[in-house]
Design a protein. Structure first.
Lengths: 598, 319
């Protein structure tokens, strides 16, 4: 099916000539899943049937659900969403603070403080892509009884982008302009046509703090605001107590703006300990209702699940574990900098070597023996939402083919069995952070490579060092002073624009930007750059998706990046708990809809 | 005596300064920063991380940072945690009660085990009781706490389902029920730590008593016709306990320092778990404060042990 045909069908649905269901069936015939079909429809200006993205909420009154106990093996340390470093803090602040809209599991927006999700047909999104107008709910009260209004939204914009505050949300606000239209309408304006407008005020970066409590602390004294530790938000649960690094408690907010919510009277999030015993506390002893982010081997989870008390929830997101083959030479120093962008990797500049490396990564075994359900093998770097997934990439594991390719390319085995050509030996340093599954993956690849005459030296670095921004340290992943490295990169939004900038030429990680550039593999490609620039301004969603798919094919096709497995979110809950989870937003994104089946 | 204490306190100042310099330099030289999670999140531009580093003063040279830390410390400002942006002293005070309850009780349990068992074993050396006590003590201090902790959890929580293995600071109950819940959740961590410490102390008490019990003055006391009980309690134990008291006094800082492994296993929000999370997230002000307080306590209790020693044993004089 080509693009024109797709558009024709979608217009028919929009004009009421074709039913939504018929469209979905038609799409299924082409291998397009129902959520994706719905997605396509929203692009054509057809609003999705409402209850589709979020499971039905059954309780018929507010409260009465008792106590909800959630267990995190990493404890929250602060509750101001603009200071949140990492997901635990974002989750904890999400209990009390809400954004205008959140991301559902299928990658669609769900209005929370907004009255509706802006779209072209409700005139929320401007035709030229230069602004988006949010209409706010009128019945929203802060926990202290004050009215929530456009002034609060405007305040959050000013607060987040203020450099004195050094908020972690600033990236989403510094390039936009926000105007108050009336007391319950705000407009976000962009300098250029922006197809991805759902960043500011949405999801983890969009959590609202009240103006009336923070206005005196909107500068260098931001840390001293009393509300940082006694948050006042609009959420379904209001604050009871908080011990940083240990326990957070909340109780149902009687004036919550959505009816019949929340279900639980009180809730708590306990932090600390380790992932395995957290899984145990839910699946085996049933002491807790929900355990977050269980980075535990699947075999262990299956054994615990056998107790029959709870189940493991696996929610797809965009995180991917992948290998980078350095495009530059990590062993030559230019201007006091190794892996300098002006150099070329002596072995990886040969496409045959990169192709062979990709053939030597046994993704299926890595999935089967290491990650199980928690890491499905993937040939793509960009995996989700489904509309952006490339159908063109394949994954193959074949030592034989790798040998063949290397033989043909003239890399001959020496007396020690290691291949070499023109004095360059295929001997690579392969680094990653310390984490049991990663070390096992390294070994699997090392063994396969040995059979193809490639020697791999393994190196593992403590995570807090590997991922640090410490300019003085040679072992950070940003410096990439190794031939190969492996880690997981996360995709926090259901849109790949931010995600895919990590292979653009202007993002190359180097001394000049204190190794903060996101293109760590230092691969450059003109076509990729052009496609990325085009996608940034492309307002036609179908064409834009095609551009991102092309980008994925370019970087993965170059074999400088070898995707291994996807990393979905894994959590555990009791059998009778109905949590609403999403891979595109924080765990607590729709805590108001959690309930217990009785 | 007073002169001696003053002199010791004055000597303590340079040694504490030295400790703080070493701690600070080691922490500053240690690689990494608290923003690991920001690094892999593409939604956060790298400038934000650099800005954060700069706002926390992480980019200043070490000596500038040290002097800034020292001067604010002398003014009584402990700085604030990079991770939670809360004043460090508040964080520590929040953790102190739990630490004192759990670790303090475990030390008391250890003493309650070590004293009677050690003394009894020493008065009947190589008897069946002594042999059993010895064997158990050996087993006790050769099993690491993380192992006994897991063993306890598997047996009492998972297999028997009697005790909870997640420690909760706030129990919604009042009166006796609250107390009962509190006992139930405290018993495992306290026992793990108490048995370990108790085993080591039992051996120590036994050998201390054995040393004394063979001395001539004990024989004299016996030949005077004093009942055995009086000989043991009044003459033997009193003297034998002098080294034990020193040992216990030196152990006291640990009560404040918490027990890292055990707290982590049972999710006890004590100072030990505060320290380990701070170390893992490179939260320098918290690590600095906890370790420095610990250093002060060690110096203080050393002094206290010396003073008590002289008070217990008048043969020792201070000049």
């Amino acid at each position: 099916m080509n693009e024109q045909e797709l558009w024709r069908l979608m217009r028919r649905v929009r004009d009421g000539k074709m039913s939504r269901r018929a469209f979905a069936r038609r799409m299924a015939a082409f291998g397009i899943t129902a959520p994706m079909a719905t997605q396509l429809l929203t692009f054509a200006g057809v609003s999705p049937a409402s209850a589709q993205s979020v499971p039905a909420y059954r309780p018929t009154r507010r409260g009465g659900g008792g106590h909800l106990k959630i267990l995190y093996w990493q404890a929250a340390t602060l509750l101001n969403p603009h200071f949140a470093v990492g997901t635990t803090n974002q989750d904890a602040s999400r209990v009390f603070h809400e954004p205008l809209a959140g991301w559902a599991a299928d990658g669609t927006l769900v209005p929370i403080l907004a009255a509706e999700v802006p779209s072209i047909e409700n005139k929320g999104v401007a035709e030229d892509g230069r602004s988006v107008t949010w209409k706010l709910k009128r019945n929203v009260k802060w926990h202290d009884g004050e009215q929530f209004s456009a002034d609060d939204v405007l305040f959050n914009y000013e607060y987040a982008k203020n450099p004195q505050i050094a908020g972690t949300t600033s990236g989403s606000y510094r390039d936009v302009n926000v105007v108050k239209v009336d007391d319950f309408t705000v407009r976000v304006e962009f300098a250029r046509p922006t197809p991805f407008w759902a960043d500011a005020f949405v999801g983890a970066v969009g959590l609202m703090i009240p103006k009336h409590l923070y206005k005196d602390y909107a500068g260098a004294n931001a840390r001293e605001a009393p509300a940082n530790l006694r948050p006042v938000g609009t959420g379904a649960y209001k604050f009871t107590s908080f011990a940083p690094g240990d326990l957070l408690r909340g109780e149902a907010f009687a004036d919550y703006h959505t009816e019949n919510r929340p279900y639980f009277d009180t809730m708590e999030i306990k932090g600390g300990g380790d992932a395995v015993s957290a899984a145990r506390a839910v699946l085996q002893t049933g002491d807790y209702d929900y355990a977050w982010n269980l980075q535990v081997e699947d075999q262990t989870l299956q054994r615990l699940e056998a107790a029959g008390r709870g189940r493991v929830n696996i929610v797809e997101g965009g995180s991917v574990e992948f290998i980078q083959l350095n495009a530059t030479d990590p062993n030559r120093e230019v201007d006091g900098e190794r892996s300098h962008i002006s150099t070329q990797h002596p072995a990886f500049r040969d496409p045959a070597v990169r192709r062979a490396m990709a053939l030597l990564v046994d993704r299926q075994s890595i999935q089967n023996f290491i990650y199980g359900r928690t890491g499905p093998a993937t040939p793509n770097f960009l995996n989700a939402p489904p509309r952006f997934r490339s159908p063109n990439m394949t994954m193959e594991f074949s030592v034989e083919r790798a040998n063949q390719i290397l033989d043909q390319a003239g890399w001959a085995r020496g007396s020690d069995g290691i291949r070499a050509k023109d004095g360059v030996r295929l001997k690579f340093l392969y680094q990653t952070s310390i984490n049991a599954p990663r070390q096992r993956t390294q070994q699997i690849i090392q063994q396969a490579a040995r059979r193809a005459g490639i020697e791999i030296e393994l190196k593992s670095v403590v995570a807090s060092v590997f991922f640090s921004s410490d300019v003085g340290n040679p072992d950070t992943y940003g410096k990439f002073y190794a031939d190969m490295q492996m880690y997981t990169t996360t995709m926090p939004q259901a849109d790949p624009q931010r995600f895919m900038n990590q292979y653009t030429s202007w993002e190359v990680s180097q001394k000049a930007n204190s190794w903060q550039g996101r293109n760590i593999v230092r691969w450059r490609n003109d076509e990729y750059d052009r496609a990325y620039r085009a996608a940034e301004g492309e307002l036609d969603p179908v064409k834009r998706a095609a551009l991102f798919i092309r980008m994925n094919d370019l970087i993965v096709g170059s074999n400088h990046v070898i995707p291994i497995v996807q990393r979905p979110l894994v959590s555990a809950s009791l059998n009778n708990l109905r949590p609403v989870l999403s891979g595109w937003d924080t765990t607590m994104w729709l805590l108001r809809d959690w309930y217990r089946e009785t | 005596m007073t002169q001696y204490v003053i002199r010791r306190l004055l000597i303590a100042i340079p040694s504490l300064l030295g400790i703080s310099v070493i701690l600070f330099t080691v922490l500053a030289l240690a690689p990494g920063d608290p923003f690991e999670e920001l690094a892999t999140n593409p939604a956060i531009p790298p400038e934000v991380r650099l800005q954060l580093r700069a706002s926390l003063g992480l980019d200043d040279p070490i000596h500038v940072r040290y002097i800034a830390w020292l001067t604010s410390m002398l003014r009584g400002e402990w700085g604030y945690s990079f991770v939670s942006r809360i004043d460090v002293d508040r964080l520590i005070l929040q953790r102190l009660p739990t630490t004192l309850i759990v670790i303090g009780t475990s030390q008391v349990v250890a003493l309650l085990i070590a004293l009677p068992v050690g003394v009894l074993a020493a008065t009947r050396p190589y008897s069946l009781f002594d042999k059993i006590a010895n064997t158990l003590a050996f087993i006790g201090f050769s099993l690491p706490t993380f192992f006994t902790g897991l063993l306890f959890i598997l047996f009492f929580s998972i297999y028997l389902d009697w005790l909870p293995f997640v420690y909760r600071t706030q129990i919604e109950a009042t009166g006796w029920r609250w107390f009962w819940e509190q006992v139930k959740q405290t018993i495992m961590p306290v026992m793990v730590l108490g048995l370990f410490q108790g085993a080591a102390w039992t051996r120590f008490v036994r050998s201390a008593v054995l040393d004394v019990i063979r001395l001539d003055y004990v024989t004299t006391a016996r030949s005077k016709g004093l009942p055995e009980r009086t000989v043991i309690t009044k003459h033997v134990v009193r003297n034998a306990l002098i080294p034990v008291v020193t040992l216990v006094a030196l152990q006291m800082p640990v009560v404040f320092g918490g027990a890292i492994v055990t707290e982590q296993i049972f999710r006890v929000p004590g100072i030990g778990s505060l320290l380990i999370t701070a170390i893992l997230s490179n939260d320098t002000p918290v690590i600095m404060a906890v370790t420095f307080v610990f250093a002060c306590l060690v110096v203080f209790f050393n002094l206290l042990a010396d003073v008590i020693y002289g008070w217990l044993d008048p043969r020792i004089s201070y000049r």
